[in-house]
Design a protein around this ligand. Sequence first.
Ligand code: ADP
Ligand code: ZN
Ligand code: ZN
Length: 746
Amino acid sequence: MNYPEFVRVAPELGLDRLFDYRIPERLQGQVGLGQRLRVPWGRRSIMAYAVEFPAQPEVEKEKVRDIEEVAGERPLIPASLCQLARWMSDYYACDLGAALRTILPGPVRSHEGSGKTAWWIEPVAGRAELAAQVLKGARSQLKAWGHLQSTGGGWLTALVRETGIGTAVWRALVDRGLAERSEKRFVQAEEMAEEGWPDADKKPELGEEQTQAMAAWQEERKKEKGGRAILLEGVTGSGKTEIYLRAMEGVLAEGKNAIILVPEISLTPQTVARFRGRLVGQKIRLSVLHSGQSVAERRESWHEIREGRARVVIGARSALFAPLENLGLIVVDEEHDGGYKQAEAPRYHARDLAVVRGRIEGAPVILGSATPSLESGYNADREKYRRVRLTHRVDGAKLPKVHVVDLRKENKPSQGGPIILSADLSKALEDRRQKGEQSLVLLNRRGYAPSVQCPHCGHVEECEQCAVPMTYHRGEGRLRCHFCSAEKPSPHKCAECGSPVLKFTGAGTERLEEAVAAALPGVRWTRMDSDSMKARGAHGKALAAFREGRTEILLGTQMIAKGLHFPKVTCVGVVGVDGALNLPDFRASERVFQLLVQVAGRAGRGEIPGEVFVQTYTPFHPAIQFARHHDVNGFREQELEYRKAHGYPPYRRAILVSFSGPSEAQAKASAEHAVKRLREIWKEKVEVPDPGPAPIARVEGRFRFQIFLLVEKVGDVIGDLKREVLAPKWPTGLRVSVDVDAQDLL
Ligand code: ADP
Ligand code: ZN
Ligand code: ZN
């Protein structure tokens, strides 16, 4: 055998730079791609991952040092995931280290936690400013803090060994509230509510369209490298999930494994039950990955998957990195969902990355949605993906009738304030209730009122740290900023002019709840949003109460729009879409359209036909009109025209370069400097617009400037962005980011 002599490693500390080492004879044949190694580092030694086997080292051969030892018998990271990390680092312009950290969660990275008093130390998010203040002069603590920041945390014993910083220093960080520690043994996980699914182990006979869909999938996956990704475009309730289930069963029977991605695992408990149901009686383990898992559980799941004990993995975005080998299927359900894009570096999109992983491993991919993203739809138009349609609901159930309620014609409430429930919607809710049926009411905004204004001088209570009004939360009697954690007691008079009367403008779910209670005396309802569902198990309890008919109305944010299947829901109200339509974001219409179709799809899933009421001041808006007719193609065509005219995605790729810092002038100047540099290098190649303040110009006391780029090919510009934007030393305190295929433009 000819074993590689050199290995290129990424230090676990999270440096983008790679270093070359020699594999000494005694270790040859033991180093695989993704293997964790101990390598000499100055006078110490550190842990690192093998990411490449170069024929020649980058430095002089004489200077290359030997690796010291190989940790673990086989690579900790499967080789294919190493390749995926590389791809991420190239495409999303992130450190390879950061990509590897995403792939290999903190608790897995260090094995040292098996002892009985092992402490896991993790930095507390959002404390960077605080740390900078309180740690001034405390050198070891600063160093320890920096280490936590770059590694994301570690087992105490390992931290001490790797850095040479003593236990007391780490404890001090915990005492100062900058880091958290948890003991492996005693961390309690939040239980995930698991909703049942009737007859989950029964297999229905496939309908005609479903049969064709299965045939297309079979045909495609026989092709080289798993064939093209299937874009399964099926109306709500058309049996898409049944296709995922069959595909899973098929690959499992062949001895292969499957990953199922859903937008928010904790909100889709029924999906898990359906997948589990199909595995009953077969000794196949399914591993559910969710954010409520404790450190110890995450670690255990990971190893169970890595060792091949679990063969199906269901989870949100990060489950894409499950270390499954012999992959036969990746499903991305609700592929259009914004939750698949990670907001922090690495800013990857799990749907797009699923297609990349599928290609690397030759694993077929199914992307499913009732309202595919324009990006995926465009890929199908160009035959990069294979489009398969399910146009009918199973059992011929009808799509619900959608009424658009024109709020301009509605009578204003006599006591003032906004119209929350129109007469039509109130009546429908009451009607359905009389008949013993159930309803959903969606208002995608939490709190009572999004702003508090003085009717005399017009003063609006704004967050001191962010350039946004504060939301009034009536339950707590406080104002909260939804962009940072700032809060304060609700004022009794205007801070400007002293007027004792203040006006609540707009409405959130708390106000909706009040309106529902007032309009329907004696109604039993649950409000579902991230405020009301904080308590452990609250979500599961609310769903159970609704399923058993103990509540009649479920109202809340988009939490109620996701994947729920309740046959008795026959009426859906949508309140307050206008705000979402008017956001300064080219995807605003697309998002509203998708949300409307999705929430409408919750109605009439049983025998009784459903009805939907959409309240709006712009009844003729295309997003609303096309949603009303369930016309996905119509919307697509119109929206594509607009995107094409402006060169927006899917025609070009959007890259958002952001600068933020405590000084407005400095953030602006830095953005301008970057623009100047990019124009010099790119000349005509890429148009670089002037930088502008972000729509939300200040968040957490940091002023934000953006450069919005539209490019033909990411690969053509990413190297330059890394070099000119990410690499340079910017003034202290300035943060720079590059968001490829940016979804959040605010
Ligand atoms: P989607 O994922 O497109 O919303 P589902 O797969 O959830 O659709 O199907 C909707 C309902 O129809 C579910 O109750 C499911 O069990 C049922 N169903 C799916 N396919 C069939 C079929 N071929 N025959 C009978 N019922 C089916
Ligand atoms: Zn005032
Ligand atoms: Zn704020």
